[in-house]
Design a protein around this ligand. Structure first.
Ligand SMILES: [Zn+2]
Length: 461
């Protein structure tokens, strides 16, 4: 890590509370202080003149799956490639999920994930730990994980026979997470309902990818949220519903929050700006959009965007989990249920939300910064370090041109079809620094960027 000192001058600092005219002083990877300006600053040698640009905190994507092993040597797009896309898209911090195999100590899975990411991931990175069995020895591990900087856990009501917990099991897990001062993230789909629907579809020969959403109906998410919010209320365990996809689910969450339940929601750009019409097209369009929960109706998407803009949805993550199209095509021969779920997006989050949210007046610039940077960092144990342009924070900084048009996505030019393609996007990620090291220059990855570091997280009280 080189020792560097410089000033970023004349940018508009876009914070979660709105714009401010300030110059930013960076030294040894941190923001030393901000100097308010009245009028243009003089630019000295070594300074960066960012007149006409916005200065944003580096994006924080708290839900990604990089190099996730699935089965038979099949993994999602890897740590290096995915993290490079993240940097190009202005995201400097990611949080991935360590998934233990059945019977494996969770701490061992965390070590496996750390070994895979260490020295490879170009973003700074943290880990959530998935809990897929509630044997006493597994639950006994949670306290140690919290103290090892992994204070956030993931559970599934979906994926029967693999990851699914029954309601009674989820209750035990939530009690334990609450006891150790952790935070639970939940994939809220009812695995029993999905399995039953899938079996009927299979028995009647409806196995093409266009049938995937029929096995993951909105009622499945709604039912799972209903169950989870009762358990959150009963146990007092802080709970976030990840990748929320339905308007009715959001209404339930609003209702629970109104009576004081510690419950919040995450959503993803695909649930705001894409919809289920992609499945009806079939073929590669349906395969590209094959994820759980699936894309929903335009009315759901509009309600979620409204919830994100208004504060009822806490943050915007991507659930980036990209499998090669050729793999999806091959597996589709065995029916949609065999196709690996997930889509790329870690590099496109800021630009998609800017183009389709901010530029249309549906999301304010400050809310965009709040949900993509500040909120996930603050709520998930990176307060004081990530997600804000403020003195003492890591110098994770993005120079953004809000006037640019004709921007091409995906940011890394990956050839697989994506939900985010074309050359008519607005805004441009110009330069990016991660802990004071320039990692993107004029829209291109700087050669020989150093690797990111593991982030040991500590939840706020
Ligand atoms: Zn996920």
């Amino acid at each position: 890590m080189t020792s560097t000192e410089f000033h970023l001058r004349n940018a508009v600092v876009m914070t979660g509370n709105g714009p401010s005219a300030a110059d930013v002083h960076v030294r040894d990877g941190r923001i030393v202080d901000l100097h308010n300006r009245n009028g243009p600053s003089t630019v000295a040698a070594g300074d960066v003149d960012a007149a006409g640009l916005w200065l944003l905190p580096g994006g924080v994507d708290p839900h990604v799956h990089f190099g996730m092993p699935l089965r038979d040597g099949l993994s999602s797009r890897g740590w290096r490639e995915s993290s490079a896309a993240a940097l190009l898209g202005g995201t400097t911090t990611v949080i991935d999920f360590a998934n233990p195999s059945r019977g494996e100590p969770i701490a061992d899975a965390v070590l496996r994930w750390q070994a895979a990411a260490d020295g490879v991931c170009l973003c700074d990175w943290g880990l959530h730990a998935t809990v897929c069995d509630i044997a006493p020895e597994r639950l006994a591990e949670l306290d140690g994980l919290v103290h090892a900087g992994v204070p956030t856990f993931k559970a599934f009501l979906a994926y029967k026979g693999r990851l699914m917990l029954a309601a009674a099991e989820l209750r035990l897990l939530m009690r334990q997470v609450k006891d150790v001062g952790g935070h639970l993230l939940l994939h809220a789909e009812d695995g029993e309902m999905n399995a039953a629907a899938e079996a009927v579809l299979a028995a009647t020969g409806r196995t093409g990818p266009e049938w995937h959403p029929a096995a993951h109906g909105p009622e499945s998410e709604i039912e799972a949220i209903r169950q989870a919010m009762l358990l959150a209320e009963e146990t007092g365990c802080p709970l976030t519903i990840v990748h929320l996809s339905t308007a009715a689910g959001l209404d339930l969450i609003r209702g629970a929050r109104a009576v004081g339940v510690d419950l919040r929601a995450e959503t993803c750009p695909q649930y705001l700006f894409r919809d289920e019409s992609l499945y009806a097209r079939g073929g590669d369009d349906a395969l590209t959009a094959l994820m759980a929960p699936p894309l929903r109706s335009p009315a759901d998407a509009a309600a979620l965007l409204d919830g994100l803009a208004g504060g009822d949805i806490a943050w915007l993550a991507t659930d980036h989990c990209a499998f090669p199209l050729e793999v999806k095509r091959r597996e589709a021969a065995h029916g949609f249920a065999a196709v690996p779920n997930g889509a790329a997006g870690v590099g496109e989050r800021l630009l998609a939300a800017f183009t389709l949210g901010v530029r249309r007046g549906l999301l304010t610039p400050e809310r965009w910064v709040r949900v993509c940077c500040e909120a996930p960092a603050g709520r998930l144990g990176l307060a004081g370090r990530k997600g804000r342009v403020a003195a003492g924070y890591d110098a994770d900084l993005v120079l953004f041109d809000p006037e640019a048009t004709g921007t091409r996505l995906p940011v890394d030019g990956h050839p697989d079809p994506s939900l985010w393609t074309g050359d008519d996007w607005c805004g441009r990620i110009v330069d990016v620094w991660r802990r004071g090291e320039q990692v993107v220059r004029d829209g291109k990855l700087v050669p020989d960027v150093s690797a990111g570091v593991f982030l040991s997280r500590l939840l706020p009280d």
